[in-house]
Design a protein around this ligand. Structure first.
Ligand SMILES: [Zn+2]
Ligand SMILES: [Zn+2]
Length: 471
């Protein structure tokens, strides 16, 4: 007999001893998740978003228009439609006096094949950018010559040339003395690393008591503003709201985002990030919108991102170690000097062993998570993650991994914020904007600690952490 997810009941999973067993049961009974759908590029949608952007542009709402143009860039199927969206974004950037970024968009629009009879407008803009940036003559001249070349495609070329020459005389040097980039200096603990917990400084230690659980305490007097933790996320993902303004790979904001070549779901800040992302994105490409619409929440997406970043063989090897119980999944040290290994940020066992709180969950809650784990596992099957090793055992193991993270991420994942620096703002007065979420190995100890604090202190500690965490 086959079941649909709607036919599932809590009763069926009552005697399953593990997440692996739950998923094995679901998969052996051929329980199918919802029919997954893919989202594809669509020039019609791209044009609609570009038209929305144009309306905002004409109202001088440049930042909002850029978000629409970014959607147009995501959906553009053909090179010409993509080049139109890039060109329109460059106009916003020009008006925002972000001349470096404007030039980058113009270059990309021209490479993508912006229509010849319109290209003079882009080259005009490029010449003005060069002037505003005080670029060397040769740099300016290259665009200016190209501009003159393109005048043959229009009727009143002489007049357009005359106008540009007049306008160029009026261009003043840009006030933006530095590039309009985004900054992401990651602080370093340098020589002040804790030997057993390299993400922590020597000034703190990890302790355990019956009353407070595992927590971090000061080992020495702490200076005000002293760096005590710097940790990379083991896995990270953007909030849906930020997918049109931030890079899917490095989570940085950029004015020059470029699309995935195959789906409308993600953008990247550079060709390098676009290439690097292929290792994991290929298993989620065209399915991200479906996952979100199917009710997979941010913990589920984070789980999908985590699994997609490692090949199946990695998790099969992990299963061997798990079955052998080679690992101590929940370190039981009472003092960090008692442990005989180094607790690394990038060790999967440290992420797998994060507390699931399963004992506190209702049966219905667990059932909902099983359904979502099935939805995600089915996407991995369809996108070719299992390659030639697709069988019930491997599928159940990956499903079990996802189900485990659907339980342990909600209580252990952290929000990722970016600081919004405005002229005159200081480290204390900067605003924080939530852009994504990540899972961190060492922050589990901080999580347990700040649960013990009153709410107001909790809030300030979280903000402190956000300042310290690199994105
Ligand atoms: Zn990037
Ligand atoms: Zn894609």
């Amino acid at each position: 007999m086959c079941y649909k997810t709607n036919d599932l009941s809590c009763e069926m999973f009552k005697n399953c001893p593990s997440n692996y067993a739950r998923m094995r049961l679901a998969i052996e009974k051929k329980i199918s998740s919802k029919n997954s759908s893919q989202s594809f590029k669509d020039d019609g949608k791209s044009n609609n978003f570009r038209n929305c952007g144009n309306k905002k542009f004409s109202r001088k709402q440049f930042e909002d228009a850029i978000l629409d143009y970014n959607m147009a860039i995501r959906y553009a199927k053909t090179k010409e439609v993509l080049s139109m969206a890039l060109a329109n974004r460059s106009a916003c950037l020009f008006h925002m006096q972000l001349h470096e970024s404007c030039l980058r968009d113009i270059d990309m629009a021209l490479v993508e094949g912006y229509p010849k009879e319109l290209a003079f407008k882009l080259l005009q803009r490029a010449c003005k950018c060069c002037k505003a940036l005080g670029h060397k003559d040769a740099y300016f001249q290259a665009y200016f010559n190209k501009f003159k070349d393109h005048l043959k495609y229009i009727k009143d070329g002489e007049k357009v040339l005359g106008n540009l020459e007049k306008e160029l005389k009026e261009v003043t040097l840009s006030k933006n003395s530095i590039d309009e980039g985004f900054f992401s200096d990651i602080p370093s603990l340098n020589n002040n690393r804790n030997a057993k917990f390299p993400s922590l400084s020597k000034s703190v230690k990890v302790c355990y008591t019956e009353e407070y659980g595992r927590y971090i305490a000061a080992a020495t007097d702490l200076e005000c503003g002293e760096l005590i933790v710097v940790e990379k996320p083991y896995a990270k993902t953007l909030l849906t709201d930020c997918t049109s303004s931030h890079c899917d790979y490095c989570l940085q904001q950029s004015f020059n985002l470029i699309p995935c070549k195959d789906c409308p779901d993600v953008l990247f800040c550079s060709l390098e990030c676009q290439t690097n992302a292929q290792t994991y994105h290929k298993y989620l490409c065209t399915y991200l919108e479906y996952l979100r619409n199917a009710g997979v929440d941010r913990a589920g997406l984070l789980a999908a991102y985590l699994v997609s970043r490692k090949p199946l063989t990695y998790f099969i090897n992990f299963k061997v170690e798990y079955d052998d119980k080679k690992y101590n999944f929940l370190p039981t040290f009472s003092n960090d000097s008692d442990i005989d290994y180094v607790y690394e940020w990038n060790s999967y066992q440290n992420i797998f062993s994060l507390k699931t709180n399963e004992e506190n969950r209702s049966e219905q809650d667990l059932l909902d998570r099983i359904k979502n784990a099935l939805i995600i596992t089915d996407v991995f099957e369809k996108s070719g993650y299992f390659e030639s090793q697709l069988n019930n055992e491997n599928k159940s193991w990956i499903g079990g991994i996802i189900l485990t993270h659907l339980q342990n991420f909600p209580c252990n994942a952290h929000s990722i914020h970016e600081e919004i620096l405005t002229p005159g703002s200081s480290a204390i007065s900067t605003e924080l904007a939530e852009i994504g979420c990540g899972i961190y190995a060492t922050l589990r100890f901080l999580g347990l600690y700040y649960k013990q604090l009153p709410l107001s202190d909790n809030h300030s500690l979280l903000e402190l952490l956000n300042d310290l965490l690199p994105i």
